[in-house]
Design a protein around this ligand. Structure first.
Ligand SMILES: [Zn+2]
Length: 384
């Protein structure tokens, strides 16, 4: 049986006292995160940056607990996980330094940016017992088990969102729900005006509610900046803004899930371009549509769902996919504003993105050495 890893998220229903206790743990974790980052910064300043490690900081934890007894009230593995987060942030920072980039120093986390803490070993400090989540040193919190958990829970993460508290279980060995094979493959490309387009020319439009939600976000943002810092009215406005953000995030995730399921139902293999989204976002032309569409987030959803459904998602290196003719291979140079591919060599006339989606499919199939890798001459005749 094929198994995958999967995360299950449930809403918690804490009492006011429990909520207070959760806040305290979150606050301590955030403080520790910033202190640990500060220490790393000092080490880094003294040229010890690379040698200083998670283990060094972990070894100092008993001293911390002696000096700040309040940390004894936080589960020890939760505390260790905070240091692991610092380690991961730092590792990413160094990777970029080594790669010759000049990344900003890892940032300190303000109250609005640090939202969660993790029990890294399920069963040790956090355990699910029917509809109750038992957290050591916090209590037994009821949760809304809206769908059953599958597989073996490995970690439990408690997070605070705009509308309350949640727990996410990362589960291993979740049995897959394989979809029947279709014998079909396709390529997909990010559209500039649409969300995506397939090699068959099927279009998934950007949901309309994005624009509307965006306007509302802007309004909420303005309301916050108009109000005086520290005032109660501003705090209220901040809360509304956070809710709007959460709403937009959820709508987007929902849309990504629906789109991924539809694609996976109809194709066994999906080819897409391995876009460096980070690089693309710097490009002003594309910035808006790319970040809007959340292409990278969609890819993550698609890949996870594919693993679960026994499908394949294959990324191909981008190379002239929008320029080359999918009919004959001729390179037809065109700027971003040219929306139609017109090949004077074979006569193919096609939407620019559909042509690209086809090229992505050919490239992926060539990479795998399967499928319709036929001489250009024998490819499907252009429809004119
Ligand atoms: Zn052509």
């Amino acid at each position: 049986m094929v198994v995958v890893r999967k995360t299950y998220k449930y809403r918690l229903n804490p009492t006011p006292e429990q909520e207070q206790a959760l806040e305290v743990v979150l606050h301590r974790c955030r403080t520790l995160y910033n202190v640990a980052l500060e220490q790393r910064k000092a080490w880094w300043g003294r040229g010890q940056g690379i040698g200083a490690s998670y283990h060094q900081q972990k070894a100092e934890l008993p001293d911390l607990k002696a000096a700040c007894p309040e940390y004894a009230q936080v589960h020890s593995q939760v505390v260790q996980d905070v240091l692991l987060r610092v380690e991961r942030t730092y590792a990413a920072f160094f990777r970029r330094v080594k790669a010759g980039e000049t990344p900003g120093y890892p940032r300190f986390q303000g109250k609005d940016r640090y939202h969660s803490f993790t029990y890294p070993q399920y069963g040790n400090g956090a355990v699910l017992d029917g509809g109750i989540l038992s957290l050591s040193k916090i209590g037994r919190i009821p949760l809304r088990l809206h769908r059953p958990l599958e597989g073996t829970p490995k970690t439990a993460t408690i997070s605070k969102e705009a509308d309350g508290w949640y727990v996410s279980f990362s589960c291993a060995e979740v049995p897959t729900h394989l979809l029947p094979l279709t014998g079909r493959e396709t390529g997909i490309d990010v559209g500039l005006k649409v969300f995506l387009i397939t090699a068959e020319g099927e279009i998934v439009a950007n949901p309309r509610h994005y624009r509307k939600a965006e306007r509302e976000l802007k309004k909420a943002q303005k309301r916050v900046s108009r109000r005086k810092k520290g005032s109660n009215r501003r705090k209220k406005a901040v809360k509304i803004l956070a809710r709007k953000h959460q709403h937009v995030r959820r709508q987007r995730t929902d849309f990504h899930h629906q789109t991924a399921i539809a694609l996976l139902r109809t194709s066994d293999t999906i080819y897409l371009e391995d876009l460096q989204v980070r690089n693309m976002v710097r490009n002003h032309h594309l910035a808006k549509s790319i970040s809007d569409a959340g292409w990278a987030a969609f890819r993550t959803v698609l890949e996870a769902k594919a693993a679960w459904a026994g499908r394949r998602v294959i990324a191909v290196p981008p190379a002239f996919t929008s320029q080359d003719c999918s009919g004959c291979g001729e390179r037809v140079k065109k700027s971003l504003s040219v929306r139609t591919h017109v090949c004077h060599s074979c006569g193919l006339v096609m939407d620019r993105d559909e042509n690209a989606a086809r090229n992505i499919q050919w490239a992926g199939q060539a990479l795998r050495g399967v499928g319709a890798v036929v001489p250009a001459m024998n490819r499907e005749a252009p429809s004119l």
